[in-house]
Design a protein around this ligand. Structure first.
Ligand SMILES: Nc1ncnc2c1ncn2[C@@H]1O[C@H](COP(=O)(O)OP(=O)(O)O)[C@@H](O)[C@H]1O
Ligand SMILES: [Mg+2]
Length: 359
């Protein structure tokens, strides 16, 4: 639905060049919620502003819904009609809501419809319908100053939906909200994604946001995408920084000559007694160093850090046993890591192939 290739953005700032985007290839599939995460200054806002061409990329292309936006002429107020039309199919939600304080809630939602030249009666009908959709039907006549932060953001979302967009972009839409309100606004985005088949590209610096609503995610650093994939793929990628942050487990080896492995359980594997089977089958003592269960991308996932006696070379067979059970096994022991990683990458690739084949 959204594809960027070789996207770069260089700003000229006081005679100096600032590279905000340094070759970004991103692919967001139709109907998914895609989260871009990264620290301040990583280039997240530049990316989203290039996706709807609020900012013209320095090089590279952006296509949304099959239309190459970078090929359409104009910029800013002088955008061509084609570009303006394409852009009206992309909704945008901002961190600080950007509502007009002199207009009522309904007036704010009607604004983009006025720009699109929709008649007064139709505007009002559409605005009320959208306010109903975001749960604010009774606030149509209120002014922004009379609303809570969460309500303001709901107005921002209703306004973003005015042009019947296929794509919704959100730049830190929940960063100014308290945790409770954040949850309800995220739930709204998720509902809209499902009810309207809306593709959502959201930017955040909060891992919890990715965990609760995203199907896929990308990690940005210094203008580059350093990791991306579906949340399930990321969790199945050894050494993935996003996976480790989405799902941290900790615990250090209790002594030398021990093998520490992280075992990730997806779906029904979570309920099978694999650890006791492992202990019985190979007659070894297993220590559990850390464990966590959580719901990520709507799926139950468990991760456990366990310790086996002996070095990695002594544990190739038990580790293989765990993998045969369909579990993902990442060896934490530094010495053995490289070797184990290559195995696991191969496993992941195989799993991906099997999954694709099954579709
Ligand atoms: N309009 C601008 N002019 C000059 N530099 C900018 C401009 N916008 C962003 N930058 C710089 O580009 C880099 C990326 O910024 P930004 O895309 O806002 O990152 P993020 O949203 O991840 O915090 C930063 O170094 C920032 O200072
Ligand atoms: Mg930003």
């Amino acid at each position: 639905m959204i594809t960027t290739s070789g996207l770069t953005k260089v700003y000229q700032s006081r005679g100096r060049e600032v590279t905000a985007l340094d070759g970004v290839d991103l692919h967001v599939r139709e109907g998914e919620v895609f989260g871009v995460i990264g620290q301040s200054g990583a280039g997240k806002s530049s990316l989203i502003r290039c996706v709807n061409l609020l900012e013209r990329p320095t090089t590279g292309t952006v296509s949304v819904g099959g239309v190459d936006l970078t090929a359409l002429a104009g910029r800013g107020r002088r955008a061509s009609r084609e570009l303006r039309e394409a852009r009206s199919r992309i909704g945008m939600v901002f961190q600080h809501f950007n509502l007009l304080s002199s207009r009522t809630v309904r007036g704010n939602v009607e604004l983009p419809l006025e720009i699109l030249g929709v008649s007064g009666r139709e505007r009002s009908r559409k605005a009320l319908e959208l306010l109903d959709l975001v749960g604010l039907a009774d606030k149509a006549k209120a002014y922004p100053a009379q609303l809570s932060g969460g309500q303001k953001q709901r107005v921002g979302i209703a306004r973003a939906l005015a042009g019947d967009p296929k794509v919704l972009l959100s730049d830190e839409a929940t960063s100014a909200l308290d945790p409770e309100t954040t949850r309800s606004v995220l739930q709204l985005l998720r509902d809209l994604n499902q009810q309207l088949g809306l593709t959502v590209l959201l930017i955040t610096h909060e891992m919890d946001v990715v965990k609760s609503v995203c199907d896929s995610a990308a990690l940005m650093k210094k203008g580059r995408v350093v990791e991306s994939g579906t949340v399930a793929e990321l969790l199945a990628t050894p050494g993935s920084e996003l996976a480790a942050e989405l799902f941290p487990v900790s615990g250090a080896a209790t002594g030398p000559d021990r093998t520490v492995v992280d075992v990730t359980f997806h779906g029904d594997a979570a309920t099978r007694p694999v650890v006791s089977q492992l202990a019985r089958t190979y007659n070894i003592d297993i220590s559990i160093l850390g464990a966590a269960m959580d719901t990520v991308a709507g799926r139950q996932i468990g991760r456990m850090r366990i310790e086996l006696p002996g070095r990695y070379e002594d544990n190739v067979v038990p580790v293989g046993f765990l993998r045969e059970q369909g579990l993902q096994v990442d060896v934490v022991d530094a010495d053995a890591e490289v070797e184990a990683d290559t195995d696991a990458v191969r496993d992941t690739e195989t799993a991906a192939l099997v999954k694709d084949g099954a579709k």
